[in-house]
Ligand binder design. Structure first.
Ligand SMILES: [Zn+2]
Length: 682
């Protein structure tokens, strides 16, 4: 093949493969067969071998799944990233303005801007080039997401015009509604949990390990703050004008106001007008414009005194109820959910809203066919807040709250102190069984790749009724499922494999004991240390745990008095799940016993695998370097801050090869060997 033709074919293949890799690994919606994919990959490999001048580190041939799974290097912010004081009350904005009037004995103005609902980012440009992008992190230290920021279409890599030698600029990364809806549609289709709101989607996407995926997420950036220490300007507005002239994305929706009356006009205008914007905003930020005045006002420990954020009240919509469903949760609780005439709310179409419980329905005085006000906070499920009585149809009936379970027909019960009706058939009610499986697999619990459709499929075919059943499924059984392929079965099995490393507190949460939420599971796990001590605890002992009240203690106690639950725990235990704090699921050696290790950079295996490896050999992972750190395990491109700290404290730095030599018989690569074994099955 001629050189030019080879080059264009290489570029074409990379695009096709990247797109399909994204569809496969991220969106879980492959459009070509594994075979076709592999053929194209081979063709690309061959071309790159024949024409090495076109090789690139960005090529899909150089990227292997596990390499991209590492975390991010953390770096200190040069100037701490503070948050703004928030208020929902216009009176407090008036007070803010009055305080400024009093404190400043010169004339000044306010710069009013939209408050974008995304995730904060801090960019550093040097000689006109983007050299660093950090997330807010904890305000002092942020994650280095530079590679990802470079793939956000409106963040310039290179500035134009008369830009300064070096400066920092801050802003927000957003996901426009359209991209958000598209992403969630794909996720729902693929049995993945949709993102709750565009903000979560934006921050999740900014933290993706693969920059190519970030590029496909349709993120968008808007910048609004140059730290005063970074560059010298007379006013905030002047700084933003300058930034815009260098090609940086700055919102044009800001306005200079001179008094509280103008500020209120700006707020009122955008409270309505923002509904037409293509992205989420949740308020208005009011900043004192003159830098000299900002300096005079200074900062509190948490936020600047020269700025305040006014947040809009949740948006409302009025729409008729079409029908009411009664959903059965995993605990058997019955939740009434209204099906609504679809209506646009905060940029997304709302079709359903919760009515919470029977009392709430009665309190709202819901009648069939009523038109209701729907509100949406940051949550995905909107709430019904009121009925519009003027739109009620004559003779409208009160809805009948069911007396039997809509799923299994068992008569519902309601205990005196409960707000909800329950289906008591916990061992036989399909919705409850599926609900428990789903809860077990959820991200905050065991993080197993099984969504509603998968659980439904496994349950309906009689393949899984309890969590332990999932671990008994063979690859052949999985691949025989309709719509499943080799790769999806393997990914499912991999996630089960990984779940064996999930710490005890999350396993406890996953068991789905009533009243034991994420936080309670954590405290209970730490208090008792392992499942046997917890099982042996009396109700009195359980009540000694902070945050565990009478009801929760009784629930935990009775959970462990049920033979079916004990059997379930026995089976899960035999599958290698962790039932004790700090318990290593499969300890390989004590080679690293007593060692506190910090890792940094990238390795031949993913960072998660590396951490697991350390634990398997008795070592402890630590996030930050102190005088107690035994050594820093440095891969490629370790964080410079960490290296500096090691030098300061005299902590040794060790490379991957030297580290692996510490372990007996290169046991280190067991994680990889497992994968090879699985692959060779086919
Ligand atoms: Zn039922």
């Amino acid at each position: 093949m001629e050189k030019a033709a080879a080059h264009s074919r290489i570029l074409e293949l990379r695009t096709i493969l990247e797109e399909n890799s994204r569809l496969y690994y991220v969106d879980n919606a492959p459009r070509m067969s594994d075979y076709e994919y592999d053929q194209l990959m081979h063709e690309l490999e061959a071309l790159e071998a024949d024409f090495p001048e076109f090789a690139s580190d960005d090529s899909p041939t150089r990227k292997v799944g596990s390499d991209l799974e590492g975390g991010f290097v953390q770096r200190a912010h040069r100037y701490p990233m503070l948050s703004l004081a928030n208020t929902y009350s216009i009176e407090e904005v008036e007070e803010f303005s009055a305080r400024a009037d009093k404190a400043l004995d010169t004339s000044f103005s306010y710069c009013c801007e939209l408050k974008f609902d995304g995730t904060a980012i801090c960019l550093t440009y040097r000689k006109g080039k983007l050299v660093q992008a950090l997330t807010r992190g904890d305000g002092v230290v942020g994650d280095d997401v530079t590679r990802n920021a470079l793939r956000i279409s409106n963040i310039p890599r290179q500035l134009k015009g008369d830009y300064p030698e070096e400066f920092e600029i801050r802003g927000e990364v957003l996901m426009p509604y359209e991209a958000f809806d598209h992403l969630n549609e794909l996720r729902t289709l693929d049995d993945e949990q949709p993102f709750a709101n565009p903000r979560n989607a934006a921050s999740g996407s900014l933290k993706l390990q693969n920059p190519d995926e970030v590029a496909g997420r349709g993120l968008w950036c808007t910048l609004y703050h140059i730290p005063a220490q970074s560059l010298d300007f007379e006013s905030h507005d002047q700084a933003l004008r300058a930034a815009a002239s260098w090609g940086l994305p700055v919102s044009e929706h800001r306005r200079l106001c001179h008094d509280i009356k103008e500020i209120k006009e700006y707020i009122d205008y955008w409270d309505v007008k923002r509904k037409e914007l293509p992205f989420a905003t949740d308020g208005v930020v009011i900043k004192i414009n003159e830098m000299a005045c900002q300096r005079a006002l200074g900062y509190t420990s948490k936020s600047p005194r020269w700025a305040v954020a006014y947040k809009f009240k949740a948006e409302q919509a009025l729409t008729p109820i079409l029908s009411i469903d009664y959903q059965v949760g995993r605990t058997g609780a019955i939740t009434p959910v209204a099906n609504l005439e679809p209506v646009l709310l905060s940029g997304t179409i709302v079709k359903r809203a919760t009515l919470v419980n029977e009392d709430q329905m009665r309190q709202l005085d819901i009648h069939e066919g009523d038109s209701v006000y729907v509100e949406k906070g940051g949550e995905i499920i909107p709430k019904i807040t009121a009925v519009e009585p003027s739109l009620r149809k004559a003779g409208a009936r009160l809805p009948d709250f069911p007396s039997v379970c809509p799923d299994c027909g068992t008569p519902l019960v309601r205990e005196e102190d409960e707000a909800k009706w329950f289906c008591p058939n916990s061992d036989g009610c399909p919705m409850q069984i599926k609900g428990e499986l789903l809860h077990f697999c959820s991200r905050k619990a065991m993080d197993i790749l099984a969504g509603e459709a998968t659980v439904d499929q496994l349950f309906t075919l009689g393949l899984a009724r309890t969590p332990a059943d999932l671990y008994d499924l063979s690859l052949h059984q999985l691949m025989a499922l309709e719509g499943w392929r080799e790769k999806s079965a393997m990914r499912f099995r991999d996630s089960l494999e990984k779940s064996r490393e999930v710490p005890f507190e999350r396993v406890l949460f996953a068991l789905g004991i009533r009243y034991v939420g994420e936080t309670t599971a954590k405290t209970v796990a730490r208090f008792f240390g392992d499942i046997d001590s917890l099982k042996a605890a009396s109700e009195e002992q359980l009540k000694e745990v902070p945050d565990v009240g009478d009801v929760c203690a009784a629930s935990i106690y009775s959970y462990f008095r049920d033979e079916a639950h004990l059997e379930q725990i026995r089976r899960l235990r035999s599958h290698g799940l962790r039932f004790g704090v700090g318990e290593a699921a499969d300890k390989l050696s004590d080679a690293l016993a007593g060692k506190s290790i910090v890792i940094s950079g990238t390795f031949s295996i993913s960072r998660d695998d590396m951490k697991a490896l350390i634990e398997k050999h008795g070592g402890k992972n630590s996030g930050s370097i102190s005088s107690k750190t035994s050594f820093l395990l440095a891969g490629e491109k370790p964080g410079p801050e960490k290296l500096r700290k090691c030098e300061q404290l005299g902590v040794p730095v060790m490379g991957e090869e030297a580290f692996l030599a510490l372990l007996p018989e290169s046991a280190g690569l067991s994680a990889q060997n497992d994968k090879v074994e699985q692959l060779s099955l086919f």
